[in-house]
Design a protein around this ligand. Structure first.
Ligand code: IVH
Length: 736
C-alpha cells in the first residue's frame, strides 16, 4: 500500500546499517489509511480547489509524460503531490495504488540517475537525513499560546458574557472546532516551501522537528498556490500532529502480535513518534496532522473562517468550523459535538470556541499564555457502571504480570468494554477493588478503559479480596516484586509467555550472536514446539528444521552453523544472554570481570555482588533470585551440557568502563516517563556510555533523570541532594 512507500532511498540504501525501525514500537502500517470514517463530520475536502498546476499534471497519463528529463521530473512531482493531497488530506484518491507506485518509482528512477536535479520539496525527500543527536531549539514568534478551559457550561457562559460585555456586542460570531488531542506544531513555509517545523515546547521556544514532520504525508512540502497567485513570503501553519483512532488500533494490534509493548493512547503514540531523533522511525508511524491556526505570515485575514479556508486551499488537512451566533447557539453546537465525539476519526477532548472576527480578537488581546478570544470547552469523562467478574493475570513478553479485570460488558462512550487493566498490585489496593464489586468504568482519553472507583454502597458482603499471585500463572516460576518497583515479574527462563522475547534476546548480536535468528523464525521455533527453552537451540537438528515454512536445506545448515559457532562465547556475553533482569551489557561485563567463571557467579551472595561497583541491592537481588530458581539452573546446566563454553575474557577490566563523558562510572536512576525514548533505550544508552542504571535512589546515586510524572524517586533525590536532570538535559548529555 501507498503508506509503506516511504523513501525508497532509505529502504534500498545498501550502505545503511540495518535499523529496527520499530524497536520501541511498531512497524509501518501497510494498510493504514488515514482519514475520517464514512460518516465523520465535515472535513476539508469540499472546501478545496484542486491545485491548478498539480491537477493539470495529474490529468496527464503516464504515457504522456514529457521526455525531457527536467520537464518529466516536474510533471511527476506535480502529479504525485496532487495524488498525495487527494489521498492523505482529502481521503479521496483518484488512482489505484499501483498507478501511484508507478509514478513514484519513475520519480526515484529519474532522481537516482540525475541526483543534481533532486529538489528539497520533491515527494521523494520526505524521509531524508541522518538521525540527529538532539533537537535544535526554535523560538516561536508569535508565541504558541494555550487555551483557557471551561469544564462546565457555566464557565463557558461566563466567558461569553465577559466578551459581550467588553465588546458591547450582544451576540458574538464564534467558530466552533474540535479540540484535537494531539501534539501542537508550527510549520513554516518560505515562498511556499516548507523550511522548518517545530513543536510547541513551552510556547515561547520549541524543538526543531523538521525532518520528522516532513515524513507526514498529510503535510504539504510545498503550498498549493492557486493559479495567478504568488506564494506568501512567510506562512506558518499551526496545528496538531496525531494518530487517527483506526490507525492507532491497527498499530497496537500489530505490536501486540509481535509481542511488543503497546501504546497507552494515540496521543502518547503521536508524541513519542514525533520526538524521535531518527526520522525513519517517525516515517514508520501512522501520523497525520490537522491545522487550525496561522502563526507568522505575510498574509492578512479578516476572520478565522478565512484562515481555515486558506489553510485548506494551501493543501492542509483542516476541519472547517461550525459557525455560531452568540453563546446560546454555541451551547447547542456543544451538545452536538458531545453526542458525535466518537464519530470523529481522531480523539477529541472538547470543543474550541473562537471569536471569528480578527478585529475583535485584536481588541480583546491575550493574557500571558492564553488568548482572551478563545476557550476550550472540555467534554466530561464518560463513566458507566459494571461489575468485576474476575481478575486474570497476564504475563507479558518481559515477564511482567499485569492484572486485568474481566467486567460485565458495558458500553462506555461508544465502545463495548469487557476487560480493564488494573496495571499492578498497588493499583488494585489503591482502588480497593474486590472480586464481585460494582465499579464505575471510564474510558480515559477515549481509548484505554479504567476502573474509576468501587461503588462501596452496593457491596453485598459476598465480594472476595483478590490475592495477587507470587508465582507466574503461566509457568509456575517465582514472580517476585523487586524492592522499589510496582510490578511482579516471572523469573522462569523457559516461561512460554516470554519465550520468543527471551530467545530473540539470547540470540542478539551482543549476546550469543546467533546470526539469522529473527522475529519470524523465533516465533516459528517456539510455536511448533521445537524450542521450549534457549537450551533447545543446541539440540536442534536439520531434519525437523527443513520441514518448517520458508526454511530450505541451506538456511537450516546456516542456522545450525551459527548456533554451533555461538558455543564459544565470552562469559560477559553469556551472562547478558541469560536475560537476568537489570543485567544489561555493562553489568554483565562487570560480573564477568569479578566472578571469572559462571560457577563462581552462580554462587555469589547478594552481599558479595554488591561489592562490585555499580551493583546495588536490587540488581544483586535479581541475580541471586535468577540463579536460585531451579528451572533456570536446569536451563544453564543444559546449555553447558550441550557444549556452550562461556570463557572469561581476561582483557575486560572491572565494572566501570574507562569511557569518558558524563555517564562514565556513574550510577543513574531513571524516573517518570520519557517522551523520546523507552526506559530500556535510555538504560542501554547510559550503559553504552559506561554508566549503570539503578532502580532506586540512594546516597550512592550520582544522577536522577526525571521524565514526565516523576514521583517518589524524584522527591527522594531532592531530599538527598542528588543531581536531577530533565529529559532535555539528559538528551544533551547523551549527545556529548
Ligand atoms: S488554537 C491561540 N484550536 O489545545 C490559540 N488549539 O489547550 C492556540 N488544540 O496548545 C490554540 N485543538 O495544542 C486551537 N482547534 C484547536 C485546537 C487547539 C487542540 C490544542 C493546542 C493548544 C491546546 C490548548
Amino acid at each position: 500500500m501507498r503508506r509503506a512507500m516511504s523513501s525508497p532511498k532509505t529502504q534500498s540504501d545498501p550502505g545503511q546499517p540495518q535499523l529496527d525501525l520499530f524497536s520501541s514500537q511498531t512497524r509501518p502500517d501497510e494498510n493504514a489509511r488515514p482519514g475520517p470514517s464514512e460518516d465523520a463530520p465535515d472535513t476539508a475536502g469540499e472546501h478545496l480547489n484542486d491545485g491548478d498546476e498539480d491537477r493539470r499534471a495529474a490529468e496527464i497519463s503516464f504515457e504522456q509524460l514529457p521526455d525531457d528529463t527536467e520537464a518529466r521530473l516536474q510533471a511527476l512531482r506535480a502529479a504525485i503531490r496532487f495524488h498525495d493531497h487527494r489521498y492523505y488530506v482529502l481521503d479521496a484518491p483518484l488512482i489505484s495504488d499501483a498507478e501511484y507506485d508507478r509514478l513514484f518509482h519513475e520519480l526515484i528512477r529519474l532522481e537516482t540517475a540525475h541526483p543534481a536535479l533532486v529538489t528539497p520539496d520533491s515527494p521523494s525527500q520526505r524521509v531524508s537525513g541522518e538521525p540527529l543527536a538532539k533537537f535544535r531549539k526554535v523560538p516561536h514568534d508569535p508565541p504558541m499560546l494555550s487555551l483557557g478551559k471551561a469544564m462546565v457550561p457555566g464557565e463557558f457562559f461566563d466567558f461569553d458574557h465577559r466578551l459581550t460585555e467588553e465588546l458591547g456586542i450582544s451576540r458574538i460570531r464564534y467558530c466552533c472546532e474540535p479540540k484535537f488531542d494531539g501534539l501542537s506544531i508550527s510549520v513554516r513555509y518560505e515562498n511556499g516551501v516548507l523550511t522548518q517545523a517545530s513543536t510547541r515546547g513551552n510556547g515561547a521556544v520549541g524543538e526543531d522537528v523538521t525532518a520528522n514532520l516532513k515524513t507526514i504525508r498529510a503535510v504539504p512540502l510545498k503550498l498549493r498556490v492557486p493559479e495567478g497567485e504568488k506564494a506568501p513570503e512567510i506562512f506558518e501553519a499551526r496545528g496538531e500532529v496525531l494518530i487517527n483512532k483506526a490507525d492507532f488500533a491497527r498499530m497496537n494490534e500489530a505490536l501486540e502480535e509481535q509481542g511488543r509493548e503497546t501504546f497507552v493512547n494515540p496521543r502518547n503514540a503521536a508524541a513519542g513518534s514525533l520526538r524521535q531523533l531518527d526520522p525513519r522511525i517517525t516515517a514508520a508511524r501512522p501520523l497525520t496532522a490537522y491545522f487550525y491556526e496561522v502563526g507568522q505570515t505575510s498574509l492578512t485575514f479578516g476572520s478565522h473562517a478565512d484562515k481555515l479556508r486558506r489553510l485548506a486551499e494551501f493543501g492542509f488537512r483542516t476541519i472547517q468550523p461550525t459557525m455560531a451566533l452568540g453563546g446560546e447557539e454555541v451551547g447547542r453546537i456543544y451538545e452536538r459535538f458531545l453526542a458525535t465525539r466518537h464519530d470523529f476519526p481522531f480523539e477529541i477532548d472538547g470543543m474550541v470556541v473562537k471569536a471569528d472576527d480578527m478585529a475583535l480578537r485584536e481588541e480583546l488581546g491575550t493574557l500571558t499564555r492564553t488568548p482572551r478570544w478563545a476557550i476550550a470547552w472540555k467534554f466530561p469523562a464518560v463513566e458507566e457502571e459494571s461489575e468485576v467478574l474476575a481478575i486474570d493475570i497476564q504475563v507479558g513478553r518481559t515477564g511482567k504480570l499485569t492484572p486485568v479485570a474481566r467486567i460485565r460488558p458495558v458500553m462506555v462512550g461508544g465502545a463495548l468494554v469487557s476487560n480493564v487493566t488494573l496495571h499492578n498490585e498497588d493499583e488494585i489496593r489503591r482502588k480497593g477493588v474486590m472480586l464481585g464489586d460494582r465499579v464505575f468504568v471510564r474510558r480515559a482519553g477515549d481509548v484505554i478503559p479504567e476502573i474509576v472507583s468501587v461503588i462501596a454502597e452496593k457491596r453485598t458482603g459476598s465480594e472476595r479480596p483478590f490475592v495477587f499471585p507470587d508465582h507466574c500463572p503461566v509457568c509456575g516460576a517465582s514472580a517476585p516484586r523487586p524492592q522499589g518497583e510496582v510490578d511482579r515479574r516471572c523469573t522462569g527462563i523457559d516461561c512460554p509467555a516470554q519465550l520468543t522475547g527471551r530467545i530473540l534476546h539470547f540470540a542478539e548480536r551482543s549476546a550469543m550472536d546467533i546470526q539469522g535468528m529473527g522475529d519470524k523464525l523465533a516465533e516459528t521455533l517456539t510455536s511448533c514446539g521445537l524450542v521450549r527453552s534457549v537450551a533447545d537451540f543446541y539440540r536442534l537438528t536439520k531434519e525437523p528444521l527443513v520441514r518448517l515454512e520458508r526454511m530450505g536445506g541451506k538456511s537450516a545448515d546456516n542456522l545450525l552453523e551459527a548456533i554451533r559457532k555461538s558455543k564459544n562465547v565470552p562469559l560477559r556475553r553469556f551472562i547478558y544472554a541469560l536475560g537476568i533482569r537489570h543485567v544489561g551489557e555493562a553489568t554483565a561485563k562487570a560480573l564477568a570481570a569479578r566472578a571469572g567463571t559462571l560457577d563462581v557467579l552462580q554462587n555469589m551472595s547478594a552481599e558479595e555482588l554488591q561489592q562490585i561497583p555499580d551493583i546495588g541491592p536490587e540488581v544483586a537481588d535479581a541475580i541471586v533470585r535468577f540463579f536460585a530458581e531451579p528451572r533456570n539452573q536446569e536451563v544453564v546446566r543444559a546449555l553447558l551440557a550441550a557444549g556452550v563454553a562461556p570463557a572469561a575474557d581476561t582483557s575486560e577490566s572491572s565494572a566501570s568502563t574507562s569511557a569518558d563523558g558524563p555517564f562514565a562510572g556513574k550510577k543513574i536512576v531513571l524516573t517518570g516517563t520519557l517522551a523520546s525514548m523507552t526506559r530500556d533505550e535510555a538504560k542501554a544508552a547510559i550503559e553504552k556510555r559506561g554508566g549503570a542504571v539503578a532502580a532506586s535512589v540512594s546516597s550512592k546515586t550520582d544522577m536522577v533523570v526525571a521524565g514526565e510524572k516523576a514521583g517518589s524517586k524524584l522527591d527522594k533525590a531532592r531530599q538527598l541532594g542528588v543531581r536531577v536532570v530533565s529529559e532535555d538535559e539528559f538528551r544533551e548529555m547523551l549527545a556529548q
